[in-house]
Design a protein around this ligand. Structure first.
Ligand code: SF4
Length: 383
């Protein structure tokens, strides 16, 4: 593809957006003037914002030099805020039951092939104890929307963890609940809550979820969590079915206005027993690009290099750190259940992403130029 000749920015017309086919629902790239796009990247790094048109041009750029510059700026900003520290969170996937039927998820209730399990409070506490010894100071309790875990059970569990590990943060990722429930969990000691918004476009949301789930309720949950005082995490899949660059632009605008403390993004990866089982995965490159943009839009945000990124690219998490991420979430779940928590196919669930291999993870992170630290790793606004 021929690159247009450089022209002065003043005389530059609007960005030219060229559409080409890449995969069924997600197929754009731009071919803008490179001088202008470098200028946009530097301005984004300096001011933390860009007009829609320029942000869209960044989201869709396929130019290696532009991506490299974006990544370098994101690293600079990340290092200014967090130095070279990488925070680790011990992920405990405690229930694979879910009452919902999201079209993209292997745990959806209609998936008869999914193996279901629930960990007992004793199992969970023993995961925490193992994690504590390995240097974890945050435990992330993640599960499907499992009606078994009513407030009484969850609050008792959170209290027990906080009593036994008072210097640790507890992050919950239990999906949508009512405000009273979030409040009760917060009062029991939970510090943070992860609830991916998945897409900030209502129409797109409705293509990813059945009619019984509502975009409005998802957004209300996020507002409730924020109002209660949690450190809140949201995020979206990259390359999900029907996603277009304008949706990602809306996601970024939503993140800017909501200002979550954490943002979790990962590539969409199909799971064969779901309605989207034959769809194409999102790209590692697109995910890395968005990590860099998010770091520049929200310099202080806690940004994980996710397991999904490590699944589609064996070096995905190291690349994520170099693109501006500063968090890794190794799996602390008992080995016997790891393969059963199959949100998507081929999820990495043994090896160096596992918490017990934390020393080899430390080495890998060190080779990428960073350092795993023993810390709760709160958002700077909460330290
Ligand atoms: S994405 Fe979450 S809520 Fe939806 S089916 Fe999967 S576990 Fe359940």
């Amino acid at each position: 593809m021929r690159r247009p000749k450089h022209r002065s920015i003043e005389r530059l017309p609007k960005y030219r957006v060229t559409i080409y086919r890449r995969q069924p629902d997600y197929e754009w790239s731009t071919e803008p003037n490179m001088k202008a796009i470098f200028n946009s990247i530097d301005r984004l790094a300096k001011t933390g914002d860009l007009p829609d048109e320029e942000l869209l041009a960044l989201i869709t750029t396929g130019d290696k030099e532009a991506v490299g510059r974006l990544s370098a700026r994101a690293r600079e900003v990340r290092e200014k805020v967090y130095g070279r520290s990488v925070y680790i969170r011990g992920l405990i996937e405690f229930s694979s039951y879910c009452k919902n039927d999201c079209y993209y998820c292997g745990l959806r209730r209609s998936n008869r092939s999914a193996e279901r399990y629930r960990l007992t409070p004793e199992d969970i506490l023993s995961c925490c104890a193992q994690g504590f010894d390995l240097g974890f100071r945050t435990f992330v309790l993640q599960g499907g929307e499992d009606p078994f875990f009513i407030d009484e059970r969850m609050t008792a569990l959170v209290r027990q963890i906080k009593e036994r590990f008072p210097e640790c943060a507890v992050t919950l990722s239990l999906g949508e609940r009512e405000r009273e429930s979030y409040q009760a969990l917060f009062d029991a000691g939970a510090d943070r809550y992860l609830l991916r918004h998945e897409t900030a476009d209502k129409e797109h949301y409705e293509k990813l979820h059945p009619a019984e789930m509502s975009y409005e309720h998802r957004m209300k949950c996020l507002r409730d969590l924020r109002g209660i005082g949690y450190q809140v995490g949201c995020g979206m899949m990259v390359g999900s079915p029907f996603q277009r660059p304008e949706h990602l632009l809306k996601d970024l605008r939503f993140l800017q206005s909501f200002r979550p403390e954490m943002v979790g993004i990962g590539p969409f990866i199909p799971q064969k027993d779901t309605p989207f089982g034959d769809r194409t995965s999102g790209g590692a490159g697109d995910t890395l690009l968005l990590l860099s943009i998010i770091r520049l839009l929200l310099p202080q945000v806690l940004l994980p290099a996710t397991t999904a990124l490590g699944t589609i690219d064996p070096m995905g998490r190291e690349k994520g750190l170099q693109a501006g991420a500063n968090v890794i979430m190794p799996n602390l779940s008992p080995v016997s259940v790891r393969k059963k928590y199959l949100l998507y196919d081929n999820k990495i669930c043994t090896g160096e992403e596992a918490a017990e291999c934390v020393q080899s993870l430390r080495d890998r992170v060190a080779r990428a130029g960073y350092e795993i630290v023993v810390s709760r790793g709160d958002h700077p606004s909460r330290q």
